[in-house]
Write a protein that binds this ligand. Structure first.
Ligand SMILES: Cc1ncc(C[n+]2csc(CCOP(=O)(O)OP(=O)(O)O)c2C)c(N)n1
Ligand SMILES: [Mg+2]
Length: 892
């Protein structure tokens, strides 16, 4: 084709394009943007049908989503809000600097809040609703490292004292201090949500927003316009928990949820995406998931330039700038920005030729521009049918100047020298003299100053101060004993597992007139594994949309029933998500004033070790509810193998201070524990939550012996005393969970074959026993002049003679820890080591926790006590079929 032809073709293209654009303009004028969208969509579909591949892009240009002409008027006082913000900035910085002056290495963060101050202040002055009035208040997850800024504001509001600020990170000082990060355990009237373990805030916020809908859809809460706000670091989005549940938020159309991601381009060590662009990356991720994305990138200073940019070259330059470069523009001079940013294209240099270098240096990022942030928040709260994420571009360490603004070291900056303090003071016009400034004093203007009056008025109009944790719910009455009595009776010969018993208890609780509606069953796609499918039909699976299809099993009795008022939270395969729902339901007594009682059952292996950090956060939050580690026990869950067989969750439950842990063996134990749990958590209002293991091994459930309730709850009781007259040889077998049955079998063998009088003890909670013993011992140590107290375990075993052998499906160390409080020597058997696929019997043999190993360990203990001869032990080894050279399960 000749050049001439080419030229003609491109001219034709030009004309054609012009015609298309004119047509589109016509549609825009006559039908509006919606019509344009519809038309383009139809064209897109048509092209696809004709086999035209249209390149996919989830990105919009790297400019603000809301154009200048669409910005709403700013309703606040710009100048007064700037002054208030400056005071908050100063006090937040001073808090960290002073704490570190006083105690080197005490830590704290200046630069996180410095970059986020405008994002929070616009919220405090215009959006975040408190709980004081008729409104339930917004639910706000503050970024953990921004805590100094939140304290500084509370100080200006008159909610915190100078002394408390001085004691930031010094919580043991007289008069009290302030916790490093949001911790409801430490500041129960202030903080609601711990967020500092990165990623846990965002995922919890998503499930909180969904739980809010659940409460409304089930009629437990009046529908409201409450919002859930989550403030997140851009580095924090690397955490799988941060982004892992965003599709749920879009699927559920959670327009009550707003993420604000502070894109200061830096994390702890350096840039978040030096070679990329985190705002654009996140935009694509969130848009792809179906979120409403609002980018707040450029401050108002950039508007005139963008307006003059008729060729689109400035936007092109913005699009191609990577974050490593952007960070440079902050730390270098205006001259550098001119040369390197604008200088790439001569036309852009011309665009800014009338700007001084100083002007260029001061051009703001969007996240520091109150009007832009206000516009984004307003659009977010008004958006319907999808959650919103605001991607706000800011500068880490904003205002710190040489002390760290935009520098890679800024996250760790905790001290400012005299010069830097003076500069900070001057930059933000804080009325502190040169003499005083070096001491970094806190500054609060007088009560009747315009600043204090303004911020108080604003908070009053918005329903009071935030953050604030209040408990509006009332204690509830524990269901009566009658509900549980069927489980005290035993099952005669009928073989059932404790999991089946649990499901039956749950089903009965769900029917209870008083508290049935408050029960929240939660499963991560494991209901059938645990035999819970009957509940699908009984109470339904929660779905905001209801059930839009006829379920495939609709003709069966137990069909998969989804309903808007369904009670079960069927979370799918996400333990982290299910745990977040558990936390939302278990803290609703405080957050919503509603005593929902979550029962979250999961594969015990995928609990404490999978979502341990969320469980720790639940403890911090004073969460209530029942965690059920199902299919528990290393040797009880046969076949599933190494990754499924749990022999350590009870060890992992031990360190969570307010997690009460039980490993019950029998139906009546489980029933007693659950009833007491409801009583302690919801009637007595203790800040504890429960971890209970339940198993899938079937066996006849015995009736409850008399007078054992206290022992069940305290952790140990005598299940059976030996009837043997001859007590020369005496042993006590301690069994837990399913392994108690092995102990019972062992006792029979010991009595029959070896003439050892054997008592059997059920140990329901080694953790309880251990904590009780420790507490007693501690008291005795501090009160040497008083009559010593006796730990429960010693009291209950007082006067017993003989040897003690403890066996459970969990690692030995939990049992070993109790040895010194028993009246005789203890030998413990447990399941340390990797599991494997096998039958129960083989596994118990392999881990040495079956009846024969218990018998053998008992005889060996008696031999060590010189009660039996070596020959007997050796013969028993043979008779019992124990191979002394078998591999050590701990190492194989
Ligand atoms: C789970 C977890 N891992 C690591 C840390 C340590 N840490 C604290 S702040 C931080 C960097 C935060 O960067 P970013 O999220 O961008 O927040 P910014 O301070 O920049 O706003 C890290 C790694 C943590 N708090 N939690
Ligand atoms: Mg960051």
């Amino acid at each position: 084709m000749s050049d001439n032809n080419n030229k003609n073709l491109s001219e034709l293209d030009e004309i054609e394009l012009q015609e298309w654009l004119e047509s589109l303009e016509y549609v825009l004028q006559t039908g509006g943007p919606e019509k344009v969208k519809e038309l383009l969509h139809n064209l897109d579909t048509y092209a696809h049908q004709k086999g035209v591949e249209i390149p996919f892009t989830a990105n919009t240009p790297h400019i603000n989503t809301i154009p200048k002409e669409k910005e709403p008027p700013f309703p606040g006082g710009r100048e007064i809000e700037r002054r208030i913000k400056s005071l908050v900035r100063w006090n937040a910085m001073a808090m960290v600097v002073r704490a570190n002056k006083e105690e080197n290495g005490i830590g704290g963060h200046i630069s996180t809040f410095a970059s986020a101050a405008t994002l929070y202040e616009i919220g405090f002055n215009h959006f975040f609703r408190g709980k004081d009035g008729n409104h339930d208040g917004d639910i706000i997850y503050y970024q953990g490292h921004a805590a100094p800024g939140i304290y500084a504001r509370a100080f200006l509001e008159g909610r915190l004292t100078v002394e408390q600020l001085e004691n930031f990170r010094r919580e043991l000082k007289p008069g009290g201090g302030l916790s490093s990060y949001p911790h409801p355990w430490l500041m129960p009237d202030f903080w609601e949500f711990p967020t500092v373990s990165m990623g846990l805030g965002p995922i919890q916020a998503i499930y909180q927003a969904r739980f809010l809908r659940y409460l409304e859809d089930r009629g437990l809460k009046k529908p409201s316009d409450q919002k859930v706000w989550a403030f997140i670091g851009d580095g924090e989005t690397d955490e799988p928990e941060t982004l892992g549940a965003i599709s749920l938020a879009a699927r559920e159309k959670l327009d009550n949820l707003i993420f604000v991601i502070n894109c200061n381009l830096q994390r702890l060590d350096g840039p978040v995406r030096g070679n990329g662009n985190i705002v654009q990356e996140l935009e694509a991720v969130f848009r792809g998931a179906g979120w409403n994305v609002i980018k707040v990138i450029w401050g108002s200073d950039w508007d005139p330039l963008l307006e003059q940019d008729k060729t689109g070259l400035l936007v092109k330059r913005m699009n191609e700038t990577i974050d490593g470069e952007s960070q440079n523009y902050i730390t270098r001079s205006g001259k550098y920005v001119r040369e390197h940013f604008f200088g790439k294209y001569p036309e852009l240099l011309k665009l800014v030729e009338h700007y001084t270098d100083e002007q260029l240096e001061k051009m703001k990022r969007g996240g520091h521009d109150p009007e832009k942030v206000y516009a984004a928040y307003k659009a977010a709260v008004e958006h319907k049918d999808a959650p919103t994420v605001i991607l706000a571009k800011t500068v880490k360490g904003y205002g710190l100047g040489e002390a760290g603004e935009g520098k890679n070291i800024t996250h760790q900056q905790k001290k400012l020298n005299e010069e830097e303090l003076r500069e900070f003071r001057t930059r933000f016009s804080i009325p502190i003299s040169d003499d005083e400034v070096t001491k970094a004093p806190f500054y609060r203007p007088p009560e009747d100053s315009p600043e204090i009056r303004y911020l108080k008025e604003r908070r009053k109009a918005l329903g009071g101060y935030v953050p604030k944790r209040v408990i509006k719910s009332q204690p509830i009455k524990t269901p009566p004993e009658e509900l549980f009595e069927e489980f005290y009776k035993g099952t005669d010969d009928r073989e059932v597992s404790t999991t089946m018993v649990y499901v039956r208890i749950l089903a009965k609780l769900l029917k209870d007139k008083e508290i049935g509606h408050l029960i929240v069953p939660i499963v991560p796609d494991e209901a059938r594994t645990f035999g819970m499918e009957a509940l699908f039909r009984q109470v339904g699976i929660y779905s905001h949309a209801g059930q839009l299809y006829e379920p495939v099993d609709s003709d069966s009795l137990l069909y998969y029933k989804e309903a808007k008022d369904g009670q079960i939270l069927e979370e799918g395969i996400t333990e982290a998500g299910a745990m977040s729902s558990f936390i939302a339901a278990g803290t609703a007594y405080a957050v919503h004033g509603i005593n929902t009682i979550p029962f979250f059952s999961f594969y015990s292996m995928f609990g404490l070790q999978r979502v341990g950090d969320l469980i720790w956060a639940a403890g911090d939050m004073r969460c209530k509810g029942f965690l059920l580690g199902a299919t528990a026990g290393r040797t009880t869950l046969a076949g599933e193998g190494l990754q499924h067989q749990d022999g350590q969750s009870h060890l992992l439950a031990y360190p969570v201070p307010n997690l009460v842990a039980y490993d019950p063996a029998f139906a009546y134990e489980l029933a007693v524990i659950i009833r007491d749990g409801i009583y302690r958590m919801y009637e007595k209002r203790e800040d504890v939550f429960y971890y209970i293991t339940i198993m899938n091994e079937n066996y006849p459930q015995p009736p409850m012996p008399k007078g054992v309730k206290e022992g069940i709850l305290k952790g140990m009781y005598k299940f059976r005393s030996s009837k043997m007259k001859d007590q020369k040889l005496k042993a006590h077998l301690l069994g837990s969970g399913t392994i108690l049955n092995e102990a019972i079998k062992a006792a029979d063998i010991l009595e029959k074959n070896y003439k050892v009088s054997t008592d059997i003890w059920s140990v329901t909670s080694y953790k309880n026993l251990h904590l009780d013993a420790q507490e007693t011992e501690r008291w005795n140590m501090f009160h040497p002049d008083k009559k010593p107290k006796t730990p429960y375990i010693s009291e209950v075993t007082k006067g017993e003679s003989g040897v003690f052998v403890a066996a459970s499906d969990y690692v030995q160390i939990i049992k070993d820890a109790l040895a010194k409080w028993l009246p005789g020597p203890l030998h413990s058997l447990g399941t340390y080591g990797f599991g494997r696929s096998e039958s129960r019997a083989s596994l118990r043999d392999f881990f040495e926790v079956d009846a024969k190993h218990i018998v053998y360990a008992t005889l060996y203990s008696l031999y060590k006590e010189k009660k039996v001869k070596l020959d007997l032990v050796k013969k028993a080894q043979k008779d019992l079929g124990i191979n002394p050279e078998k591999p050590n399960p701990a190492k194989s």
